[in-house]
Structures are given as structure tokens and as C-alpha cells.
Design a protein around this ligand. Structure first.
Ligand code: ASP
Length: 585
């Protein structure tokens, strides 16, 4: 037997017991003739003590221990002279009578502690050591717990978990697919699923009624910050439902998680239309932890002889409370911020409403106090506030104002990680026009149903059709999204028309789905949550990497197993793949 207890288990009540523990050496300290060892496992740390008159073998063994050795210690639980109130086992120690080295360790490349000396790169290379650190381990424990809660919550409500295939078919919509060559079907490829979307819809046609799956999905995107090429979704689908039915179940699930994991009751979630989200927050995932909403000034600021404003499509502002005292330097910083290429504004106009009641702006030449005051009032400002104004094409300027608003939220400390503001964003546009390819794309995906009352617009003004789609947003992060689906093959083929598919192309790509719809498809809808993101939010972390056991880096590489990697000539030949000569890195 390797152990009678774990390293997190023993308490003062156990004093006098003979026990056996196994674990990793966290630390060895010599104090005179005594040696103390901190023994660590997943459950905690227990102190071992090797006393002066311990058996010779024990004293010899303890003398050669190094950090991260795996050892087994037998001995007696005794009350500690100097107790450690910081750990649950801190009242006791084990007087060691037998000590065995189970496995030696080289000196680890970084310290296995919450505050480690290891940088990101090295920790990822030795991720198996990084995972020994309690703070990292706790993230995976939390993730497990959340998965468990989700499974129970959904199972109790009649959902069944069904596995869908991982080798599927490439489709040109959405993100880029990862593809897998087929040896048995030369020249043909599988694709890894970006989501089980079509399969879950087929399961509804099959009558499964309520499906879920905690499932890996794959998207070959250029990795923006905090994306992983493979990630996990809580994927769900329901039959005979309308939007509200889906929202009710999944709002319940998220609130249940908040209660169980974070111990907080979050209020019922507000519904905000996409249009309102865009106009008041500049994006479709508003952070509602703070106000500072966007106000349009176009109608009152245009036409006063200031060229930049007069020629503008849109003029919008946010009012930063209590910031009238901002210095030249601070205002320059904000101007630089909005002019960064990622944001792309041309400049920033400000108005200060000083505490003494006077107004000062960067456009004093063109606007008098009455104008400035009107702008301030539009934005709900008062003495002491600072108005920040951006101009340009509406759909470009709103996202810029969104970034500026979030930046001001950060500066003013209004984005507390321990405050949670959740909402549903609804009524998304069904289609999105792409200038480059001169065609419409589905904003959610091609199976999303239009709002019934907007169906006629599909023929006349497709850009104005609203979708029966909904996103759940928490603290400015889209944690989940879904829609009511098209369940009628005629409407589905009309949708493919809008997307510019020929009949043949639609048949080739999605014929199986439209075919299935001919055999009695129930009305259905669903949603998928980004599980990694949800877990990292619940853990209070900034990055999803921290809740993934073996994540990839920003170039999509696993630096521990060194992947992706080349494959042999033989493998390539077998697959019938001829590589173009590429320059060696
Ligand atoms: N499959 C969709 C996605 O991955 C979610 C859904 O509509 O259920 O975003």
C-alpha cells in the first residue's frame, strides 16, 4: 500500500496514528539535527520531520532528497510545536520512521509554487510540471466541477449527451476548416468540425428532442489573442421550442453555475436588441458593469462650420465621469489610443466641463458654450465630466467608441472581475454584407431562421432581415450564442440563395440536411457555449489557456510535444500528398 492518507487529510485528531503518505518533495529544510520535508500531492502539503534519533536509513535517505523526488514516508502523526495556520494540515507533522524514494527527480526548470520563477514559455514546455502548481491544478478542478454541474443540470432536464463525429466534411462557410487527408480515399479529405451544428439538427429530425454534448471543436483561424485552434463547447439543441424556451433553460443553467461555483445569485438577464447594443455600446457584446453609454451628437454638432464634423456620417460621444481634470498628457494618451491601427480613429475631440462650471474643448474655435453644454446634456454629463467624441462612418465609429469606452472603464476601475453583468443580445441581422467578396454571409450560420415577419424582406432587402438569434454576453464577453433554426427545406434553400449559393452548390454541401428536412423536421433551436471561456471567467482569469490542460501557444503550436510537425515521406506517399517545396524556417 502506497498510502493510508493523502497529504491534505491529517488533522490534530489524528495525532498518535501510524500513517503512510506518498507524494512529491516540495521543500527540504535542515534545522540543527532535524530535517523537515514538505510533502505535496494534489490534496495538500503535510510536513514530515526526521529527528536526530531516526533510524540511520531514514537519515541517509532524507539527506539525498531533492525537490520533486517522489517519496513514501511511514511514521506517526504528532502535534507540531510551531503550528502553521496557513494550511489545513498545519497543526500536525509526521515523525518519519521509514522513508523510501519511489522516483528521483532532476532539478525542475522552475519552482513548483503558485508564485513561480518560470516564464510562460518554459512553463508551457514543461506543462506537466506547471500542472503540479496548486493554482493551475485548481483551474482544472474548477473546470471539472463546472462540466459536472452542466451534465447534471441538463440531464435532469431530459437532455441526453450524444457524441457526434470528429471526421466530417469540409464546408466553405464560417471559419477555415482543419482538414485530414483520407488514406483510403486518395485525394479526399475529412474536416474537423467547427461545431456539431448539422449533426445536432439531424438528431432533432431523429426525434431526440433534447441533446447536449461537451465537445471539442476546431477552427483554423489566425490566432487572435486568447483563441485556441481547438476549444470546447457546451453544445445543445432542443425541439418544439421558440427563442424564449431556449433562453429560459440556458439562462437557468448559467445562473445555476454562478450559484454553485461562485456563490452568487445573478438577476434575470436583460434582453437587448443588437441595434441598441451597437448604438449604445458600439458592439454586440456590451460590458454592462458600467454605464458611460454612447450618445449620438450628429444632429446637434453638424453644420456649424467645423469641416471635420460637417462632413461626418456620424458623430458620437461618451461622457467620462469626473475626468474633466485630465491633463494634456492623459488626453494625448487617449488620442494615441484611438489612433492605434487596431482601432483606427483619425483623432479625438474632447470637451471638459470643469468643476468651476466653465467649458473647455479642443474645438473651441468652432463651438461656443451653448453648443458644448447641449452635447454634455445629451450625454447626461455634469460639472467635472469629460466628453470624448469620435467621428466617421457610423459602423466604423461605433466600434471605436466601444474600445474607447472599455479603455475608460479600465482606467476608472469600473470593470471589476468579481462583478458579473449578464444579458441576452437578440435580433441580430440575419446577413452581413462583405465588401471584398461582394456577397452576403450568414451572421450566425446558414441554418439560422429569419424572424417570420421579416421573411418577405429576404427578396427585397436581405440586409434588413433580422434573425431569430441570440447571444449570451457576460461582462463584455460573448459566452454563448445560438438561434432558432430553419426547419423547412424551401426556406433553407431560399437562405442559400441569399448567400449566393447555386442550387447545385447548396445540394453538394448541405443536401443531406435539406434531404432530412423532407422527412418531418420538428421546429428546433439551440445554443452553444464556449466552455473554456466560461471556465476562465468563473476562475477569474484573463486567459482561456489557464483552464486548458495542454493548450497551444499564440502560433497554434504545442511547444511541449512540438506539434505540428513534419510527417515522413512514406506517410505522405501513402496519402498521395505531394508537398510543394517550401522554404525552411
Ligand atoms: N453552432 C453554433 C456555434 O458554434 C452555435 C449554435 O447555433 O448552436 O456558434
Amino acid at each position: 500500500m502506497y498510502r493510508t492518507h493523502t497529504c491534505g487529510q491529517l488533522r490534530i485528531e489524528d495525532a498518535g496514528k501510524s500513517v503512510c503518505l506518498s507524494g512529491w518533495v516540495q521543500k527540504v529544510r535542515k534545522l540543527g539535527a532535524m530535517t523537515f520535508v514538505d510533502l505535496r500531492d494534489r490534496y495538500g502539503i503535510t510536513q514530515l520531520v526526521v529527528e536526530e534519533h531516526a533510524p540511520d536509513e531514514v537519515r541517509e535517505t532524507v539527506a539525498r532528497l531533492g525537490r520533486e523526488f517522489v517519496i513514501q514516508a511511514k511514521g506517526t502523526v504528532v502535534e507540531r510545536a510551531s503550528k502553521n495556520g496557513k494550511i489545513p494540515t498545519g497543526d500536525v507533522e509526521i515523525r518519519v520512521e521509514e522513508l523510501t524514494v519511489l522516483s528521483e527527480s532532476e532539478v525542475p526548470p522552475f519552482t513548483i509554487e503558485d508564485q513561480t520563477d518560470g516564464g510562460d514559455e518554459i512553463r508551457m514546455r514543461y506543462r506537466y510540471l506547471d500542472l503540479r502548481r496548486p493554482c493551475v491544478r485548481r483551474n482544472l478542478e474548477l473546470r471539472h466541477r463546472m462540466a459536472q454541474l452542466v451534465r447534471n443540470y441538463l440531464s435532469e432536464r431530459g437532455f441526453i449527451e450524444v457524441e457526434t463525429p470528429v471526421l466530417i466534411k469540409s464546408t466553405p462557410e464560417g471559419a477555415r476548416d482543419f482538414v485530414v487527408p483520407s488514406r483510403m480515399n486518395r485525394g479526399q479529405f475529412y474536416a474537423l468540425p467547427q461545431s456539431p451544428q448539422t449533426f445536432k439538427q439531424l438528431l432533432m429530425v431523429s426525434g431526440f428532442d433534447r441533446y447536449f454534448q461537451i465537445v471539442k471543436c476546431f477552427r483554423d483561424e489566425d490566432l487572435r489573442a486568447d483563441r485556441q485552434p481547438e476549444f470546447t463547447q457546451i453544445d445543445c439543441e432542443m425541439s418544439f421550442v421558440e427563442q424564449e424556451d431556449v433562453q429560459e433553460v440556458f439562462e437557468g443553467m448559467i445562473r445555476h453555475l454562478f450559484k454553485e461555483v461562485r456563490g452568487v445569485e445573478i438577476p434575470p438577464m436583460e434582453r437587448m436588441t443588437w441595434k441598441e447594443a451597437m448604438e449604445r455600446y458600439g458592439c454586440d457584446k456590451p460590458d454592462l458593469r458600467f454605464g458611460m453609454r454612447i450618445n449620438e451628437l450628429t444632429d446637434i454638432a453638424k453644420g456649424k462650420g467645423f469641416g471635420v464634423f460637417d462632413g461626418a456620417d456620424y458623430i458620437g460621444a461618451i461622457c467620462a465621469p469626473g475626468c474633466a481634470g485630465y491633463t494634456r498628457k492623459q488626453l494625448d494618451e487617449l488620442t494615441e489610443f484611438v489612433k492605434r491601427s487596431q482601432i483606427g480613429a483619425k483623432g479625438l475631440v474632447y470637451v471638459k466641463w470643469n468643476e468651476d462650471g466653465t467649458m473647455k474643448s479642443s474645438v473651441d474655435k468652432f463651438y461656443g458654450e451653448t453648443d458644448l453644454r447641449a452635447w454634455m446634456e445629451r450625454c447626461g454629463g455634469q460639472a467635472g465630466d469629460l466628453l470624448l467624441i469620435l467621428v466617421g462612418p457610423k459602423m466604423k465609429t461605433l466600434p471605436q467608441l466601444c474600445e474607447l469606452r472599455l479603455e475608460m472603464g479600465n482606467r476608472l476601475g469600473l470593470r471589476d472581475k468579481n462583478v458579473f453583468k449578464a444579458l441576452w443580445v437578440v435580433d441580430f441581422p440575419l446577413l452581413e454584407w462583405d465588401e471584398e467578396t461582394q456577397r452576403f454571409y450568414a451572421m450566425h450560420h446558414p441554418f439560422t431562421a429569419p424572424k417570420p415577419e421579416d421573411i418577405p424582406l429576404m427578396d427585397t432587402d436581405p440586409g434588413r432581415v433580422r434573425a431569430n438569434a441570440y447571444d449570451m454576453v457576460i461582462n463584455g464577453v460573448e459566452v454563448g450564442g445560438g438561434s432558432i433554426r430553419i426547419h423547412d427545406s424551401a426556406l433553407q434553400s431560399k437562405m442559400f440563395d441569399c448567400l449566393g449559393f447555386t442550387h447545385e452548390a447548396a445540394q453538394a454541401q448541405f443536401g443531406f440536411l435539406m434531404g432530412a428536412f423532407k422527412y418531418g423536421a420538428p421546429p428546433h433551436g439551440g445554443i452553444a457555449f464556449g466552455f473554456d471561456r466560461l471556465a476562465s471567467m468563473f476562475a477569474g482569469l484573463d486567459s482561456i489557456r489557464d483552464v486548458i490542460a495542454f493548450p497551444k501557444n499564440n502560433s497554434g503550436r504545442d511547444v511541449m510535444i512540438d506539434s505540428p510537425s513534419e510527417i515522413s515521406r512514406e506517410q505522405l506517399d501513402e496519402l498521395g500528398i505531394e508537398l510543394q517545396k517550401t522554404e525552411k524556417k
